[in-house]
Design a protein around this ligand. Structure first.
Ligand code: F6P
Length: 546
């Protein structure tokens, strides 16, 4: 049976063709109420989606698709703790991590909220003690530096949030994040640190990830080499769902903060994986982050689909990916402290929705997740915006912006804001040949030169953007923002009929790397099962090392 999306596609394509003659520029000129019609707010957060190739009819058709695809029922199943991650037979309940202690969330008929609250309470005590010097290094020194060792979801979320909330650090220790198995990462990090004053967090859901275990062992050697083996316990703590493996590593259970298999790695910043965030900004701010996410959760559950921020973002994404065929989506924060937000979203979106089969294992009949990418503005303007404005691909983009900066330095913020708004205006309006020609004529260029130059100065325009404007980048706002994208990704996964919560696609490379390691390490020749290129590369690698 065709999916709701497959069934809706012919109608959506016909509608696209019917409106494709109209430009957004014209739509704004024709309708003074367009900005008011295509926006949705949540508290002080505004999503302006008026600069999209849409009409009221488009949105109605897309909302009908969401209804037909059963988005509301799937959402409710997720929040109710049903095992919607069918390939791993798991519930998907990162939302429980931001619920209140007295709430009830059942997994297999058991209320998980007491466990959630217990871990949070232990985190709070630990965080306070690290920040105020109640917990110190083996020689009695207060921790000045904390190194989180983790990768993927055990790194990207906490790292992104720590950078975003830097103004809330309030004298907490300096935070460092080591993820890459490339020894350069940990070497460059440790070079500047004093082992007596350094605390390591080994963060791994599975506690088997090669990169993390390798870096953790190097850190352990660094501490024991400098301070003696007996000092190790005082300088390590861990975050994991695999408590047995943590204790094998030598970290005492009182230093382990657990979470559960119903929290996916890329959705895990809300619990113990957020420990470095809580150390960085204090526990109260960490709780404010959770509260912000909970506010978005309520909005997602309660708002009608057509007024629902994550649903609207998701539907616009479907519109461009499946109906217009645009392959990528850019996220452009005009907020330097969100510099890792695009990288964080890459895992959230691409690991969740980079799937090729539906829930029943048959190939998907439509495109699924787009390529997600981005960089903060205004930097991106001086790098890749050329392609967004005049390249041959259309790249829908989200612009993120705070009204109130943390630093009121001369007119920095006014310039940032002006640039952000100007970019979406330029992308929407474009510049016609007549306008480009008129500008060159005004500059009194010779006619021949005008004719030659004008085509290069044409901007096609009609390029879609969303603007997400919020008062200031504080913990609650960031919580809302992250949860917004989590739910957007969820809704799209439902419409594509895929499992957004597994990640089998990362396994093959891991398996082959393990198989290759002995040959790379020189312990044996590459096997005959390796292809000629791989064998040749291993040989060339050994030749270069001499
Ligand atoms: O390889 C991908 C992945 O499994 C991610 O999904 C996960 O966030 C990351 O690796 C780290 O896994 P872990 O927390 O178990 O070390």
């Amino acid at each position: 049976m065709p999916s709701a999306l497959e069934a809706a596609l012919p109608g959506l394509i016909a509608h696209r063709d019917a409106i494709s003659g109209q430009t957004m520029r014209q739509m704004f000129a024709d309708d003074a109420g367009r900005f008011a019609a295509f926006q949705v707010g949540l508290g002080d957060m505004l999503l302006d989606y008026s600069k999209n190739r849409i009409t009221a009819e488009t949105m109605a058709a897309l909302v009908a698709l969401a209804e037909e695809a059963g988005v509301a029922a799937r959402r409710d199943a997720m929040f109710a703790g049903e095992a919607i991650n069918i390939t791993e037979k798991r519930a998907v309940l990162h939302t429980a991590l931001r619920r209140r202690a007295g709430d009830t969330v059942l997994v297999d008929d058991r209320n998980v909220m007491p466990d959630v609250s217990d871990v949070l309470a232990r985190m709070e005590a630990f965080v306070d003690a690290v920040r105020d010097g109640g917990i110190v290094g083996s020689a009695g020194h207060k921790f000045t530096d904390v190194v989180n060792i983790g990768i993927g979801g055990s790194d990207l979320g906490p790292y992104m949030v720590t950078l975003a909330l830097a103004p809330f650090a309030g004298g907490g220790p300096r935070m460092h994040y080591v993820s890459n198995v490339d020894g350069a990462h940990i070497a460059d990090t440790l070079k500047h640190l004093d082992p007596r004053k350094t605390l390591f967090i080994v963060a791994s859901k599975t506690f088997t990830t090669t990169e993390t275990m390798t870096n953790a062992q190097t850190a352990r050697d660094w501490i024991s080499g400098a301070l003696g083996e007996a000092a190790v316990g005082a300088h390590f703590c861990a975050v994991s769902t695999a408590l047995d493996r943590v204790s094998e590593f030598g970290i005492g259970l009182d230093r382990v903060f657990g979470f559960w298999d119903w929290v996916g790695g890329r959705y895990s910043v809300w619990g113990a994986i957020g420990l470095p965030v809580a150390i960085a900004v204090g526990f109260e701010n960490f709780e404010a982050l959770l509260d912000g996410a909970a506010e978005m959760d309520r909005h997602f559950v309660e708002a009608p689909l057509g007024e629902n921020m994550p649903v609207i973002l998701a539907l616009l994404g479907i519109w461009y990916r499946n109906v217009w065929g645009f392959p990528t989506h850019a996220v452009l924060p005009y907020d330097q402290r969100l510099s890792r937000f695009p990288a964080y979203l890459q895992q959230l979106d691409m690991e969740s929705n980079g799937k090729g089969v539906t829930l029943d294992g048959t190939p998907v009949a439509t495109s699924t997740g787009p390529i997600v990418w981005g960089e903060p503005g205004t930097n991106g303007q001086h790098a890749f915006y050329q392609l967004i404005h005049q390249g041959t691909d259309v790249i829908p983009a989200d612009f993120l912006l705070a009204a109130v900066p943390h630093e009121e330095l001369s007119d920095h913020h006014a310039k940032l804001v002006a640039n952000c708004f100007a970019q979406t205006e330029a992308l929407m309006k474009g510049k016609t040949l007549a306008e480009a020609t008129a500008e060159l004529e005004a500059a009194k260029l010779p006619a021949e030169e005008i004719a030659a130059l004008a085509p290069h100065k044409v901007f096609p325009g009609n390029r879609p953007t969303n603007t997400i404007l919020y008062r200031t980048l504080d913990p609650a706002t960031l919580g809302r923002l992250i949860a917004l994208y989590e739910h957007k990704v969820f809704v799209q996964g439902v419409i594509w009929g895929i499992n957004s919560f597994d990640q089998w696609g990362v396994e093959l490379g891991k398996q082959l790397a393990s198989a290759l390691l002995p040959a790379v390490a020189g312990a044996r020749e590459p096997g005959a099962d390796q292809d000629a290129s791989t064998r040749g590369l291993v040989a060339a690698f050994h030749a270069l090392r001499g």
